[in-house]
Ligand binder design. Structure first.
Ligand SMILES: [Zn+2]
Length: 272
């Protein structure tokens, strides 16, 4: 155990996408955080889903002020009849923290995008919400964190019309082809690589070595999408190590080097 601890010593790992406020962690949130921090996962970037989670996000931020970096946004699967009220909430919270006198801030607008896997009913509203939130990100000079599921064409269509120096961020849980990867990078996006890279049928491990590590950030998307060997179970940020080890195989580079590059990339995106 001691040897293992020394091996990890000194690495700073960044989980760029983790829902640590999820009700899945109600029973053991502190232990879950400690398990991650002990192995070097000390930076947690936390995407929003909708207004019902905002207080839980603020609570964990105040418990771990050094480690937790919050985003604000409306998740595409939560774009429903009340989406205008939800978007107002996003706008209000951003305004309070970025232009108000609170000492706290947000580090991205996310997670936002389009999801056609679960439900296509609100496609038009999803597109409108995505575009509106991109514009909020530009207004506050923040990166965006994109959720894209069975919707590459629709997401790229919006990015194409919003592209520019002021549009940048992360394509979270990237699962596309190498062509999609190059396209996303062309819009100033880093690729968020998570548990899918460890799956037997995940496919992205086959071409990832052709994408420079400078475009890659690490993420778990906890509590979802646990990497092998935990696939199908609850995911948590300490499992970032399994993703790191897989990337070390794919890129044929030591884990320390991948940790250093991907943490630097996260600093470049989030500005912290
Ligand atoms: Zn997520």
């Amino acid at each position: 155990m001691r040897a293992k601890f020394n091996y990890f010593c000194g690495m700073i790992l960044t989980d760029t996408h983790t829902h640590i406020y999820s009700e899945s962690f109600d029973e053991d949130q502190d232990q879950m955080m400690q398990r991650a921090i002990e192995i070097g996962v000390t930076r947690f970037f936390v995407p929003s889903i909708d207004s019902t989670y905002t207080n839980a996000m603020y609570n964990i931020e105040s418990k771990y002020p050094e480690n937790v970096f919050l985003m604000m946004g409306l998740h595409p699967t939560h774009v429903k009849e009340n989406y205008k009220d939800e978007l107002k909430h996003v706008g209000d919270e951003l305004e309070k923290r970025l232009n108000g006198d609170l000492s706290k801030t947000f580090y991205a607008v996310g997670e936002i995008g389009i999801d056609l896997y679960w439900d296509k009913t609100f496609l038009l509203e999803q597109k409108e919400a995505f575009r509106y939130q991109i514009q909020l990100a530009k207004k506050y000079k923040l990166p965006i964190v994109i959720h894209c599921r069975e919707s590459f064409e629709e997401v790229f269509e919006v990015l194409e019309s919003e592209k520019g120096e002021d549009l940048f961020g992360i394509f979270h849980c990237f699962t596309g082809t190498i062509e999609d990867a190059h396209r996303a990078i062309g819009y100033n996006m880093k690729l968020g690589i998570g548990g899918v890279v460890t799956f037997k049928n995940g496919k992205i491990d086959r071409f990832l070595d052709q994408i420079s590590l400078h475009h890659i950030v690490l993420e778990t998307d906890a509590p979802y999408l646990a990497p092998t060997p935990y696939r199908g179970k609850r995911n948590e940020s300490s499992y970032l190590m399994n993703i790191l080890e897989k990337l070390s195989e794919v890129y044929q580079k030591p884990i320390e080097e991948i940790a250093a590059i991907t943490t630097q990339n996260s600093k470049d995106v989030f500005g912290v």
